[in-house]
Design a protein around this ligand. Structure first.
Ligand SMILES: *[C@@H]1O[C@H](CO)[C@@H](O)[C@H](O)[C@H]1NC(C)=O
Ligand SMILES: *[C@@H]1O[C@H](CO)[C@@H](O)[C@H](O)[C@H]1NC(C)=O
Ligand SMILES: *[C@@H]1O[C@H](CO)[C@@H](O)[C@H](O)[C@H]1NC(C)=O
Length: 397
């Protein structure tokens, strides 16, 4: 009898420990309000960098949303655009684009064709951007430093800029840097660069640790300048994209049920496992950083594996291109034109309804796919630790 009288308090105590404590812990974490986004990467998140320097991506890019080309290799918005929208921020201007850009809420250092490691080839030779991640870091370092010199009304800018106040409106405040969200989506081109240089999968795998170390170092440098919140996409299933499938033939036995080439996807998964470990290490080394590793690979692969289930009609076959098995022609890209009888004729044509396609131009995802990937990943189901995008400023121990 005596023991029975003790059981209710014990039950309550157990309930408190099991159920209520996590609720209290969650209540302490409020939604993050990032004043700015600084993005680093390749064409998956380029909002106009490569276009500003090497020539604009022409029509029909941008056709589904911007009403015309908008520096993006897409019919509309990229994942980084949906991230900006989610925080009520303007789309992030490309750092290299001096026309109509506003950096008061961040800057985008990504360019199409960027790798983590600097390439020893020119863009003309290999198609890879000279704006590799080390260059993007240099740009960020310079942007961080000089924007504050302007803000301080100091240095040469007193004479260089006739209207300092107008210039300041387009630059972040000093406190925006530590409070900003730093986003990364880079690595895919490091993998393809090796394959396109005729390396074997083993040769590509051999340099993956170096790629991951260099990416990890850039995160350390940004932390050193005060950056704290990092949202790091892993790399996608590159073996499902026409530009790889058309360029590097594989054996029939190396094609999976989704139609993707397994050697390239295996090396992407290898990169991802290394990246995930690198982020775990960074979490130990950088005590005030909140680092989220985001598995976009799985969401992208699901689109190729079960397109219909997710509302898409086509998976690997791209929307914009010119003929062939995948509507991808290595010699005639999306938007390519030709002069015929004094008139410009569009050779790389878009499909009627890009929203039914996963792949836009053989290399990049459509706006519809980007929106799907954003919606799936923003909730935290693909994050490590499993926190949603709007909680990415909280460090989970
Ligand atoms: C470029 O060349 C340097 C010097 O030979 C080498 O260390 C580096 O790994 C090369 N980079 C790539 C991406 O192959
Ligand atoms: C700007 O001014 C602040 C406050 O005086 C100072 O701490 C900071 O070092 C200055 N930064 C630069 C880049 O001049
Ligand atoms: C790769 O091999 C192909 C076929 O042998 C050749 O045409 C191409 O020039 C090679 N590419 C490089 C970068 O070595």
């Amino acid at each position: 009898m005596g023991s029975r009288s003790f059981s209710p308090p014990i039950t309550i105590l157990v309930l408190v420990l099991l159920n209520f404590t996590p609720c209290l812990a969650l209540a302490k974490t409020s939604q993050c309000k990032f004043p700015a986004i600084f993005n680093f990467g390749d064409s998956n998140s380029d909002t106009g960098g490569l276009s500003a320097v090497f020539g604009q991506a022409g029509p029909p890019h941008g056709m589904s949303f911007f009403g015309g080309p908008a520096g993006r290799y897409c019919d509309g918005r990229l994942i980084v655009d949906f991230i900006a929208e989610a925080f009520g921020l303007p789309y992030v201007s490309a750092y290299l684009d001096s026309i109509g850009s506003d950096f008061s809420h961040g800057a985008n250092f990504a360019t199409a064709g960027s790798t983590v490691r600097p390439q020893n080839t020119t863009l003309r030779e290999s198609g890879f951007s000279p704006i590799s991640l080390d260059v993007q870091w240099n740009e960020f370092y310079d942007f961080h430093r000089r924007s504050q010199i302007v803000r301080n009304h100091s240095g040469a800018y007193q004479k260089l800029l006739p209207d300092l106040d107008a210039a300041l409106k387009r630059l972040p405040k000093a406190e925006d840097f530590p409070n900003a969200l730093y986003t990364f989506d880079v690595g895919q081109n490091d993998l393809t660069a090796g394959y396109f240089a005729n390396m074997t999968t083993d040769q590509v795998k051999a340099y993956v640790p170096e790629v991951v170390t260099q990416l990890q170092n850039v995160i350390r440098y940004i932390y050193g300048l005060g950056g704290r919140y990092f949202w790091i996409h892993n790399t996608g299933p590159v073996g499902c994209l026409p530009y790889v499938l058309e360029r590097i033939p594989v054996l029939a036995s190396q094609v999976d049920e989704a139609g993707c080439a397994t050697p390239f996807n295996d090396v992407a998964k290898y990169f991802n496992s290394q990246l995930k470990q690198a982020v775990v290490q960074l979490r130990k080394d950088l005590p005030s950083a909140a680092l989220t590793y985001v598995d976009v690979y799985s969401v992208k692969y699901a689109l190729f594996h079960q397109p219909q289930k997710h509302g898409f009609k086509q998976s690997i076959r791209n929307c914009c291109g010119r003929g062939g098995r995948y509507n991808y022609n290595i010699n005639v890209g999306c938007g390519q034109t030709k002069m015929e009888h004094g008139k410009q004729v569009l050779l790389g044509k878009p499909c009627d309804d890009p929203s039914g396609y996963v792949v836009w131009d053989g290399v990049h995802f459509t706006q519809a796919a980007n929106k799907f990937i954003f919606q799936q990943t923003a909730g935290g189901a693909y994050s490590d630790p499993p926190i949603p995008l709007n909680m990415a400023c909280h460090r989970i121990e």
